[in-house]
Design a protein around this ligand. Structure first.
Ligand code: GAR
Length: 200
């Protein structure tokens, strides 16, 4: 039996695409992506999932809803689909501990910096690369970690360094970090966790 994987997304979904491709090539073989959930209606990641024949769901967080209520709804959805583990691939909401507890040790996140640099509340997407360029670092990278109650604070599973070039913009740096680090590390670590969860 394969580990049922849900991927949570908010945007373009290039990391989701890397996961789908890794599933097709066999890099991911202990698990199967059976659900993609977006908190944003129009996210292109949803299109990628549909193109790959993967079930999708949209679960926006309304302004009146507390993070705990949202977490409960998300857990309910994932449990109803028999999801065993979760991958955050550009998911831009911080998840309440209700969710973390329900999938303790079974949630992976990819972050576009070498944690503990440029991480935590407010550091997401292009902002991370903007901050790295403003600080003038010469090396940045990506981190895949297990998610716990602290934003970007869970155990680190893998990291890869990427060079910053003199003419980089946040966009060019983001692209290089994705190509050289995120799209490689995330599928590899997803396979490792899926295999571990499958043996539990
Ligand atoms: C990726 O760079 C991912 O590491 C980052 O958002 C981008 C999503 O791109 N995630 C975070 O910043 C989370 N803190 P994608 O939708 O094309 O995968």
């Amino acid at each position: 039996m394969k580990t049922n994987i849900a991927v949570l997304v908010s945007g373009g979904g290039t990391n989701l695409q890397a996961l789908i491709d890794a599933q097709h090539s066999g890099v991911i073989h202990s698990g199967c992506i059976t659900l993609v959930v977006s908190n944003k209606e129009g996210a292109y990641a949803l299109e990628r999932a549909r193109n790959a024949g993967i079930e999708t769901a949209v679960l926006p967080r309304s302004k009146q809803e507390s993070p705990a209520e949202y977490a409960r709804k998300l857990v309910e959805l994932l449990k109803s689909k028999h999801i065993d583990m979760v991958v955050l691939a550009g998911f831009m909401l911080i998840l309440h501990e209700t969710f973390i507890k329900a999938y303790e040790g079974r949630i992976l996140n990819v972050h576009p910096s070498l944690i503990p640099a440029f991480c935590g509340q407010g550091f997401y997407g292009l902002r991370v690369h903007q901050a790295a360029l403003e600080r003038g670092v010469k090396v940045t990278g990506a981190t895949v970690h297990i998610v716990n109650e602290i934003a970007d604070g869970g155990p680190i599973m893998a990291q890869k360094a990427v060079e910053v070039l003199p003419d980089d913009t946040p966009e060019t740096l983001q692209r290089r970090v994705m190509e050289q680090a995120e799209w490689i590390l995330l599928p590899q670590e997803t396979e490792k966790l899926a295999s571990r969860v499958g043996r539990e």
